[in-house]
Design a protein around this ligand. Structure first.
Ligand SMILES: [Zn+2]
Length: 330
C-alpha cells in the first residue's frame, strides 16, 4: 500500500498481525495536497488504538525517533489493537528545519490552528484535515498521544501533560499521564494558545489524550527517546494492548505552570538551571542591548521549580522566557 486517503481511512485496510509503513494522503480541499508517512502495527487480536503524533513543530526530534523505535520493536503477535505513528505531522516545518511552517507558505504555528479551517491557508487547511482524521478514526476507548519537546530554542524538563477538559475524559487522561512513567505531571493551564493545540482539541472531543515535553535544544538525547518509548509501551499495557507487566501507577503530584515572557528584545543571559527551585520575584536573568546596556531584568512570576528555559539567546518581546511549575493543591 503506497498511500491511503485521510478521508477514506479505515483500520480494516491493514491485515491483523502486520507492520506497515504507508503514507497518509491529505487531498481536497487542500489547495496543495500532501502525503506524510504513517506507521501502522495491527495486532493479531482486536483492541483499542494508540495513535501517536510527532513533529507538529518541525524542530522537535525526540518524538519521531520514539515512534520509529516503538514501531520497529513491537511484536504484533503480542499486540491487541493497533499502534499508529504519524512521525511528521507538519512536513513543511520539518523540511524547513523550523518550528513553524516556513514564512513563504504562511509562517503559521500548526499547534495554534486547531481545529483548523478548510477554507484557510495551507497550515489551517492541514490542521482541519488532521483534526477530522483523528476524531473520525479514534473513539473514547482509544488513546491520542502528541509528542513534543523544547525544540531548538528552549530546554524543557521532561513532563507529561493533560488538559482540564472538565469531563470524564479528563480523569482518564490524568490516569494515562500517571501511567506514562515520567514523574513531572503537568495540568496544562488554559490559555488562548493552549486551547488551539492538536492535543487540546482532540481531548475536548472525549478522546483520552496526553502530550509530552522533553529536553530539546535541537538535540535528540537517547535517554529521552528511551523514556518516550517506555511511556508509549506503558500506556499500551495500561490499555491491555500489550502483555507487559502493569505499569507503575504510583500517584505523582500534579503541577501547573506559570510563564514569564520577555518585555524587550536583545541578548538574554541567565545562570538558572533546569529544575532549580526559585522564589517569587527572584532574578532569573537579564536582557542586554548590543552595547551591553541592561534593558530588562527577568524575575520569577511565582515561587516554584523551573520547567523551561529560553536557550536561544537572541530574544524578542513576548517570547517565552521561563516556565515555573507549582504543585496543585488538589
Ligand atoms: Zn512542540
Amino acid at each position: 500500500m503506497t498511500s491511503i486517503s485521510s478521508t477514506n481511512f479505515t483500520l480494516s485496510s491493514f491485515p491483523p498481525g502486520t507492520h506497515t509503513w504507508t503514507h497518509l494522503h491529505f487531498g481536497a480541499p487542500m489547495r496543495v495536497p500532501v502525503t506524510v508517512p504513517l506507521a501502522v502495527a495491527r495486532g493479531v487480536s482486536d483492541g483499542p488504538t494508540c495513535l501517536v503524533t510527532a513533529l507538529v513543530h518541525g524542530d522537535e526530534f525526540e518524538g519521531p525517533a520514539a515512534i520509529a523505535d516503538c514501531f520497529n520493536t513491537l511484536d504484533v503477535s503480542n499486540l491487541s489493537g493497533t499502534f499508529m505513528g504519524l512521525p511528521v505531522t507538519n512536513p513543511w516545518a520539518y523540511a524547513g528545519q523550523s518550528r513553524n511552517t516556513p514564512d513563504h507558505y504562511d509562517g503559521l504555528n500548526l499547534a495554534r490552528q486547531f481545529p483548523g479551517d478548510v477554507t484557510g491557508s495551507r497550515t489551517q487547511q492541514h490542521a482541519a484535515l488532521l483534526y477530522n482524521w483523528v476524531t473520525e478514526t479514534l473513539t473514547s476507548e482509544d488513546v491520542f498521544i502528541d509528542l513534543h519537546s523544547a525544540g531548538s530554542q528552549y530546554e524543557y524538563a521532561s513532563m507529561v501533560g493533560y488538559h482540564p477538559t472538565g469531563d470524564e475524559s479528563e480523569s482518564r487522561s490524568l490516569v494515562l499521564a500517571q501511567t506514562f512513567g515520567i514523574d513531572n505531571i503537568w495540568r496544562i493551564p488554559e490559555s488562548p494558545s493552549s486551547t488551539r493545540t492538536f492535543n487540546s482539541t482532540v481531548a475536548r472531543t472525549g478522546i483520552p489524550t496526553v502530550g509530552t515535553e522533553v529536553r530539546g535544544c535541537g538535540a535528540l538525547r537517547e535517554s529521552d527517546v528511551a523514556d518516550l518509548v517506555t511511556g508509549l509501551r506503558n500506556v499500551m499495557a495500561h490499555q491491555s494492548m500489550l502483555p507487559d507487566s502493569a505499569p507503575d501507577e504510583k500517584p505523582r503530584p500534579v503541577h501547573t505552570t506559570h510563564q514569564t515572557s520577555f518585555a524587550s528584545s536583545g541578548l538574554f543571559r541567565t545562570n538558572v538551571d533546569l529544575e532549580a527551585s526559585v522564589s517569587a520575584g527572584q532574578t532569573l536573568g537579564h536582557v542586554y542591548s548590543l552595547k551591553g546596556e541592561l534593558v530588562e531584568t527577568v524575575t520569577a512570576p511565582i515561587g516554584g521549580v523551573i520547567w523551561a528555559i529560553r536557550r536561544f539567546a537572541s530574544v524578542r518581546t513576548d517570547d517565552l522566557a521561563f516556565l515555573v511549575a507549582t504543585q496543585q493543591s488538589n
